[in-house]
Design a protein around this ligand. Structure first.
Ligand SMILES: N[C@@H](CCC(=O)N[C@@H](CS)C(=O)NCC(=O)O)C(=O)O
Length: 204
């Protein structure tokens, strides 16, 4: 079995890196320099025409998109280690929250960045950013309500769903969303980040 993981530190790849640390599966890690446009080389694009990290190559088969990688890692290595639900309704809930993170909360947070310095001046839109911020705050409220009376996102134990969502919470907190506004989110994210695998992944 061979696993090669292409990543950049502090990027969309970080939660997959954290998942790999939690799972403890042997994996070759290849650091990609985004500033040098190393995801746009012919060699990289041949593996991932989407031109982005994360990229996992499992036995020669490339898999891109962080949520797809997390689901694959979870199904393949996580069930036995109790880090991913078995097939069934809890697994459906795991898929639900992982997808929700990227297409709902993640998209709203990206929209809220439309007036930031990272957006080219001609594309900046304070109005769109305000709409995105409102949407993201509403969704963080939804996450807070979900966590009422719960220690972890899905089922009774810590899973890769916690990895992905709590990793995203670090990113969201760094963008000026004060997580203390959502105390259950704040406490759960800290609980997840206390894990040694999180610190290992952050070292990149
Ligand atoms: N939806 C993708 C997003 C991936 C993504 O945007 N990756 C960025 C880093 S955070 C990237 O590789 N950018 C390089 C580029 O666009 O050239 C995922 O979750 O995997």
């Amino acid at each position: 079995m061979s696993l090669v993981f292409h990543y950049a530190p502090w990027s969309s790849a970080t939660t997959c890196l954290w998942a790999l640390e939690e799972l403890g599966v042997p994996c070759e890690k290849v650091k990609v320099d985004l500033a040098k446009k190393q995801t746009q080389t012919p060699e990289f694009l041949a593996m991932n025409p989407n031109g982005k990290v994360p990229l996992l190559v499992h036995d020669g088969v490339p898999i891109f998109e962080s949520v797809a990688i997390l689901c694959h890692l979870g199904e393949t290595f996580g069930v036995q280690k109790k880090l991913f639900p078995e097939p069934g309704l809890q697994r459906a809930q795991a898929f639900q929250w992982l997808v929700w993170m990227n297409v709902s909360l993640g998209a709203a947070v990206y929209k809220s960045m439309q007036d930031s310095e990272n957006t080219p001046a001609e594309l900046r839109s304070p109005k769109l950013a305000a709409v995105g911020r409102g949407e993201a705050e509403k969704l963080l409220g939804m996450l807070d309500a979900h966590l009422e009376g719960k220690t972890w996102m899905v089922g009774d134990g810590f899973t890769l769903v916690d990895v992905h969502l709590a990793g995203a919470a670090v990113w969201i907190g760094g963008l000026g969303f004060d997580l203390k506004t959502w105390p259950r989110v704040d406490a759960w994210a800290k609980r997840c980040q206390d894990r040694p695998a999180f610190s290992a992944a952050m070292k990149g």
